[in-house]
Ligand binder design. Sequence first.
Ligand code: FES
Ligand SMILES: [Fe+2]
Length: 496
Amino acid sequence: MSLAHEVNSRHGKPTGSGSPGNSGESHVDGDQPRPVAASPRSDVDHHRSHIDRLIDERRPGYCLDAPFYLSDEFYAEDIEAVFASTWIFAATAAEMPEPGDFVTLDIGSYSVIIIRDDDENIRAHHNVCRHRGARLLTEAAGSLGNIVCSYHQWTYSPEGDLMSAGVQAPDFDRSCFSLRSVNVEVVAGLVFICLGTPPEDFAEVAARIAPYIEPHALEQTKVAAQVDLIEHANWKLVMENNRECYHCEAGHPELTCTFFPTYGYAPEDIPKRLKPAYQRFLAAEERLAENSRRNNLPTALIEELSGRPTGFRIERAALDGKGESYTMDGSAASAKLLGDLDTPELGRLSMHTQPNAWFHFMGDHAVTFSLVPLGPDKTLVRSTWLVHEDAVEGVDYDLENLTAVWTKTNEQDAALCARAHQGISSPAYLPGPYAPTENDLEEFCTWYIERLKAHRTQTEKQTAERQTAEPQTAQRQSAEPQTTEPQTTDQGGRSR
Ligand code: FES
Ligand SMILES: [Fe+2]
C-alpha cells in the first residue's frame, strides 16, 4: 500500500506543512547521508508531509492508523528510523561458539555479518565487499577461516581487515579497505547490533539487565533448536501481539498450562473466572521469591519501555503448574540446569527489548525471540532454544518436549497477527482503543513514535548542516585541486 492510497485516517487533509528534512535519504555509520532513489520533488514532499502528519497526530491510547501498518513508506521509515537507528537483538553468542562461526542478518537493504574472531570476540561487519560492493556471504550461518568475496576473491579476516586483493597498483593501501564495521555489544550472551549512530543509553541498560541474565550462563549454552517463522503481518502487529496476554486464555491452550493468564491485569481488575489462577499465582510467587533469594537472583520489575532510545522491561515471575519451565506440565525440559542454579523452580525471567525481541530464561533452558521486518506485511520471527552446553538430546532433554509450547504458541500467534493485518487492510478499519491490560502496547507505540520523531529531528539537522557545508565545499573545490585519497569509514565497537 502506498500513502497515495491512504484510507481511513482519523484526520483531515494534509496540512502541506511537512518537515523540510528527511527527503528520501538514508545513512549508515554516521557517514554523510547518501541519496537514494530520487522521485519528483513534489511526490517526495507530499509523502513526507503525510508521514509527518500521521506521526504528529497519533492518538494516545489507540492502535495506529492503517498506513503505519500497511504502507511502503512507513516500512522504509521503520527500517531507517527504528531498525537502523536503535540497538536491535541480532543473535545469541551460542550460535557462534567457535572462532570463524558466523551468522548473517538482513534488515531492509542492509546485510550484516556477525562473526566470532580469532580472539573469540564477536564482531559485526556490513556484508558488502570493499572492492565493487558484492554481497560477501549469502548463507544464513556457517563457519569460515577468512571471508572471501566470490567475485574477485578479495579476502578479509574475521576482524574485517583486507588480507589480500590480487594484483593492485603499487600505492594500493589494503588498510584503507577493511570491511565497514557495525556496532556490536554482547550482554550476558545476547548479541545486539546498531547499524547507525548508537544511542548512548545502551551501556546503562546493559549494566542493569546483565545481573538478571548472567546467572543463566548463556555463554555455556548451546542451540538445541532454532525455528524461523514468516508471519504475514506488519512487524508492529507482531510486537503488539506479543506484548499482551489479553488473547492468551482463548488463543493459547498450551501456553496457559504454565503462563498465568492474569498477566497484565491489575489485581483489582482480575475477572472472576481468573481468580483461581490468581490465587495459584500468589502462592507460586512466594515459592519463587524464596528460591530466588537462595540463588541470589534479582527479581524486581524494571519497566522503561518508552521515554528512552533503548526501551526495555525485565522481571522474574512465577510459572503455573510445576513452576519450572515452559512445558505442558511446567516441569523442567532439560535435566542439566543452567549455570550454578540449584533448582529448576525459578519461574521465568522475562525480558523485552524494543524494538524487536523478547526472551524467557528459565532454570533449565532459555528461549529467545527476535523479529525482522521483511516488508510491510511480512515479518520473520526467529525462536532459539538454548540448553546447557553439556546437555545431550535424548538423554537430558527431548526436543519435542522442549519446543512444543512455544512452537504451538508461535503458530497460534502467527494466525492471530495475520488476521489482524487482514482486518486493518480493509477500508473499514478504524484504530480501536487499547484495553488496560494492553498497557505495554501503548508503551510500544509511544516509544515507536518517539523514535520516528527523533530520527526526523536528526535528519533535519543533517540536512541543514549539509546545506550549510555545500556552498563552502563548492567554493573550496573551485579553489583547490581535487583529492582522490580513499577514506576509511570503519568505526564502532566490539566486545563480548
Ligand atoms: S566485488 Fe568483491 S572482490 Fe570484487
Ligand atoms: Fe500470543
